[in-house]
Design a protein around this ligand. Sequence first.
Ligand SMILES: C[S@@+](CC[C@H](N)C(=O)[O-])C[C@H]1O[C@@H](n2cnc3c(N)ncnc32)[C@H](O)[C@@H]1O
Length: 264
Amino acid sequence: MIDSFRLTEAAARKYQRHSVPAMFGPLAEKTVDLLRLKPDMHVLDVACGTGALTRAILKALKGRCRILGTDLNQTMIDVAREMTPDSPHNVDWLAADVTDLPLKDSGFDLACIQQGLQFFPDKPAALHEIHRVLRSDGRLCLTCWKEISPFNDSLATALEHHINPQAAEKARAPFSYRDGHVIQALLGENGFAVKRHAAIVLHRRFADLGEQILALPIEKDLRDAGEEKTRLVIDTTSKLLAPYDTDGVFIVPQEAHFFEARCR
Ligand SMILES: C[S@@+](CC[C@H](N)C(=O)[O-])C[C@H]1O[C@@H](n2cnc3c(N)ncnc32)[C@H](O)[C@@H]1O
């Protein structure tokens, strides 16, 4: 488990304030269109974070479903709960490791993982546990970043130059599991039959590159390195992203795999 996924309350709040509007919210909006949702479904959102996908599913089904969001980090779950203050009776939240879900067998029609699989240290154990809590005809839908985004690649290069390789590795970590054939084989070997593989493309806007860089888990590495090195990282990232500069705003593509698989 990488340290950046033991998140403090401040990190969970920053994730909701910056990363959800910039990336995970728009991704969730595009993902729900592919989920083949049906009213009254029982849905499990695994590694739900602060609940971006949970809320998008609720909105798409106008609240007509039962949905449980689970995440390793209690801090993410706390923010997710706050984000649904009128918590409808059909939404619940639970802090749990995906490999040890305190849930009964065969309770869900659909399990979703939005940008979580790449961070699970034991992926087969995670898939077996999800399979156990799905009904025999249940489905798993997941997204995982495809190509490394030009933003993260540029930032990692800048961190390698000015900070250290460990900080660069953190910037690349969300893209550490991006081979579609590998994901397809993993699903096939762990109880699922892949029914659909599609791509989702986002165009992220970076109006204030420095602010968006400092909203990432590498903030601590930058603060420890000091203001001058932080400025160098921001400047180098900005130069590397020049091809994406549109009137002072960087518009950067970011592509995700979407997989839909059925329990075998
Ligand atoms: C990039 S975030 C995605 C969160 C959310 N799905 C979203 O789209 O905003 C990855 C999430 O995976 C969770 N996570 C990492 N390892 C986990 C594990 N072993 N079990 C459950 N959740 C885990 C983290 O706590 C984090 O909230």
